[in-house]
Design a protein around this ligand. Structure first.
Ligand code: DGL
Length: 275
């Protein structure tokens, strides 16, 4: 059972979290979604950890107060690998994070050589080390931290044409690792990257499995909402709130270029407001 008035807050530094939206709409077609982008402080992958924690707490708190969501998705690996415990200590609704999909990648990989593509922040986190130690100890994990690829995705979704050579250049450092020719799997550990999966696959044709967390996150959100709906119906306490509409909120809402506005529209966000 899914409550028809589910309202989901999805948060990222920029357009990356849009890679989760399609999965959420598939799993929870009746839910309304507020997409919050902290474009004023983007990119997150280069921020100091304490600055990032304080910033995420500030903007997410403001959006929660405004939107009253049933559930929050931190659709950002750079933030989730750091701030989830802080957010969960502060808010009572479920907070779902997106963290590098190292476990499924290790299960998929036949050669046991995996590329990990993330922001510089995520690449360096203790959380990422722990995931590798816990779930991929039998694998060689080749790490590549890049902010440039985040920028290329932002540019592409704002309507710019990006040449394949630009993606190839970003991915070049992988090839410096002696085991790279054996890699068969790449983890897309930044929510921006699934938005250019086709380009990445063209640039790296020997990679067989491209793994991201989008579908798993949407399944987790559905599961949590189903549990909440079942509990509410048993307690006969379900409210019949009017469903909130889909909306995108930007922390810097000065002038949204037409192409970016169109991108948000393509994901179902006709309305864009400032936070
Ligand atoms: N989309 C984000 C992530 O998953 C962050 C990109 C950035 O702002 O650096 O890590």
């Amino acid at each position: 059972m899914q409550a028809s008035n589910d309202h989901i807050l999805v948060f990222d530094s920029g357009v990356g979290g849009l890679s989760i939206i399609g999965h959420l709409r598939q799993q929870l077609p009746q839910a309304s979604i507020c997409y919050l982008a902290d474009n004023a402080m983007h990119p997150y992958g280069l921020l100091d950890e304490s600055v990032l924690i304080n910033r995420v707490l500030e903007v997410v708190a403001k959006a929660i107060a405004q939107q009253q969501p049933d559930i929050v998705v931190i659709a950002c690996n750079s933030a989730s690998t750091l701030v989830l415990p802080h957010l969960r200590a502060q808010f009572s609704m479920p907070i779902v994070g997106v963290v590098p999909a190292i476990k499924p990648a290790a299960l998929h990989s036949e050669s046991k050589v995996i590329g990990l593509l993330a922001t510089p922040g995520t690449i360096a986190r203790d959380y990422t080390d722990e995931l590798i130690n816990d779930f991929a100890i039998d694998c060689d994990v080749i790490r590549l931290g890049t902010n440039k690829l985040v920028q290329l995705v932002e540019q592409k979704l704002a309507g710019e044409k990006i040449a394949l050579a630009a993606y190839q250049q970003v991915l070049e450092p992988f090839a410096q690792h002696p085991l790279w020719p054996q890699a068969d799997t790449v983890v897309l550990a930044c929510t921006h990257f699934p938005l250019v999966k086709n380009e990445l696959a063209t640039a790296l044709p020997h990679i067989k499995y491209w793994i991201d967390s989008g579908e798993a996150i949407a399944r987790r959100v559905l599961q949590l909402r189903q549990t909440a709906a079942t509990e509410a119906s048993t307690q006969k306490s379900q409210t019949s709130a009017t469903p909130a509409g889909d909306i995108a909120l930007l922390t810097e809402n000065g002038s949204v270029p037409d192409n970016l506005r169109q991108t948000f529209k393509n994901y179902g966000f006709e309305q864009i407001n400032g936070l």
